[in-house]
Design a protein around this ligand. Sequence first.
Ligand SMILES: Cc1cc2nc3c(=O)[nH]c(=O)nc-3n(C[C@H](O)[C@H](O)[C@H](O)COP(=O)(O)O)c2cc1C
Length: 323
Amino acid sequence: MEGVIDAVTRDLLTRTPGFDWTVTEFVRVVDARLPPRVYYKHCPELLERPVATPSGIPVQLQLLGSDPATLAANARQALCLGAIGIDLNFGCPAKLVNRHDGGASLLRTPHRVEAAVAAVHDAVGDAIPVTAKIRLGFADRRQAVACARAAEAGGAAQLVVHGRTRDEGYRPPAHWEWIGRIRRQLRIPVVANGDIWTLEDYWKARTLSGCRDVMLGRGALADPWLAPRIRHWLSTGERLPDTTWQARAATLTAYAATQREKLQDRVVVSLIKQWLNQMRNRDAEAQRRFQRLKRITDLDRLLAELHDDRETPQARQAQGEPA
Ligand SMILES: Cc1cc2nc3c(=O)[nH]c(=O)nc-3n(C[C@H](O)[C@H](O)[C@H](O)COP(=O)(O)O)c2cc1C
């Protein structure tokens, strides 16, 4: 996820078994073959063999663009650098990206989705899989199945469908039943995406879409143990306990420690707040901490406050306050 999930986050989120694979932030491809440094920046895992997180979870490289020839040239470049899979982004709703004919804007013309996928598929041959990610359409869902079929016709080995149109942005709900409509029309595996925040959401998304696999986005940031929670439940039928504040704070602290090695403290402060902001939507303690921390600008103070135990629900209860 652009600006949110980088290699450091991928590492942290995959330390406990849960995810089967991960995808980089998109590499924006306009009219030129990008130099290797751009690829290494988005996907430092390319410097490792296998191309995977430190815990061994494969990392696919995502490209976002519209010109088939440029996408093909960049896919070849990525292949030369060792990419193990190319994912094509046809879902990005950002106005700037769409105005420049990228992301979800191609969903208005399914044949362009097919041309983009086919060009990348031809460029890499059978060496590595090409996958695609779409939404249900741009302004409405009329072209949803046509876009999915276009991706398949172009040679996509798998399709992730975010169950909203571009114009729906990130507004709930995600239409998981529409993902099912698409799945039934395709031969390639379809992966359901959108609004999976809990174990219950996971099961509902699977049931309504009929998909075997799901992709987690914001939910994995809101609860870094969501993927392990799903995995554990699938293999044992048991529910893991809710993620504690201490576990969240430890994740944020580990994140800060690594980011601090290469970024200025003030940048790390805003990254921590950004992640905490995702957590607070789903967790009362994260919400309370966010309110306390949001004006802190010093990284060490911020980290100390994350671990201030006077703030835990248990401590509040002990002092006679509501948890
Ligand atoms: C800040 C942000 C950045 C995102 N960046 C990407 C991206 O680079 N590539 C991509 O395929 N999807 C991207 N997405 C979309 C998510 O992958 C996902 O499809 C969407 O958020 C719906 O799933 P969720 O409800 O589980 O988050 C981004 C979403 C957000 C909120």
